[in-house]
Design a protein around this ligand. Structure first.
Ligand code: CP
Length: 324
């Protein structure tokens, strides 16, 4: 695709919107991860506030619930000196029937510079980006904060940042993604990111009912037996069981799921001794992960959240630089 027609990049190859990991060149992903490095140094009061988004308005539009993503976007934008507006969707005119694009038009009329969008409908952030382009408002940037089953690009990036932080060379790693891949936008973003960045081996471990058709075509090795799939892995990326997106009974019971696909201490011991365990949150303890593992020495689940601030700062500062 010519760079000028790219939905996420401008003519100079700079990030214009962040809608999905899929389709982004490796160098853009590396640029984001590298840009996040200095933002993790927030230990001193002086490094807490930077002027990179001074005078910019960032609107958080979360049409679905969130704890981590919404809050870390707000912290990240404030650390970059942006004005942050959290649209209270439950009390907004969406409830009176206003369309998504009418809401966007009104926020643009309030001089929005960035729209951070979470929506239950796959493709909603793409729709907004297309609308902005069609109405010649290319100076407004869209960041996908999770759309339906499709993508959660900043989660994929912060997961990659976390792996790179603890393990450095991705090409030597064996990574396993475990659980409800079928309904998971996080898993899709992780798979694209890991493959684009050249992971050594990528496995998915799940029951057949929780895998998309022809998942192998995404560049993964499939396991239905968790013990076989975890043997010798360096990184275990657990997924939340997405009960809210399951139509019909795809699983016999939560107890049975935990027995076969829950990460327990004895299953963790099949991985390498220095394996790390990630989970995007929110966790279903006792369903996909045992508390002894979630709170144990291999877990890097809370550092993931902290790195999420730096990664979101990196994304927003690169978007602002492209729009300058
Ligand atoms: N990982 C994640 O997206 O968490 P939230 O739903 O709390 O934002």
């Amino acid at each position: 695709m010519p760079i000028s027609e790219h939905p996420q990049l401008d003519r100079d190859g700079r990030l214009r919107h962040l809608l999905s990991i899929e389709g982004l060149p490796r160098e853009v992903l590396v640029r984001i991860l590298d840009a996040a490095e200095p933002f993790t140094d927030t230990g001193s009061p002086d490094s807490r506030k930077l002027p990179l988004l001074r005078g910019k308005s960032v609107f958080n539009l979360f049409f679905e619930n969130s704890t981590r993503t919404r809050t870390t976007f707000e912290i990240a934008a404030k650390r970059l000196s942006a004005d942050v507006i959290n649209l209270n969707v439950a009390a907004s005119s969406t409830n009176k029937g206003e369309t998504l694009l009418d809401t966007v038009d009104n926020l643009c009329a309030m001089h929005a510079d960035m729209l951070v969008v979470r929506h239950a409908a796959s493709g909603a952030p793409h729709l907004i980006a297309q609308h902005l382009s069609a109405t010649r408002r290319d100076q407004v940037h869209v960041i996908n904060a999770g759309d339906g089953r499709h993508a959660h690009p900043t989660q994929g990036l912060l997961d990659l940042y976390t792996i790179r932080h603890y393990k450095r060379d991705l090409s030597r790693l064996c990574v396993a993604i475990v659980g409800d891949v079928l309904h998971s936008r996080v898993a899709r973003s992780q798979i694209h990111a890991l493959n684009i960045l050249g992971v050594g081996e990528l496995r998915v471990i799940a029951p057949k009912t929780l895998l998309p058709a022809e998942v192998e075509r995404m560049g993964v090795r499939v396991f239905h037996d968790m013990r076989a799939g975890l043997a010798g892995v360096d990184v275990i990326m657990m997924l939340r069981l997405q009960n809210e997106r399951m139509a019909g009974a795809l699983l016999p019971s939560a107890q049975e799921y935990f027995k076969f696909f829950g990460l327990t201490q004895d299953k963790l011991e099949l991985a390498r001794p220095d394996a790390i365990v990630l989970h995007p949150g929110p966790m279903n303890r006792g369903v996909e992960i045992d508390s002894a593992v979630a709170d144990g020495p291999h877990a890097v689940i809370l550092p993931q959240v902290t790195f999420g601030i730096a990664v979101r700062m990196a994304v927003m500062s690169l978007l602002a630089a492209a729009g300058a």
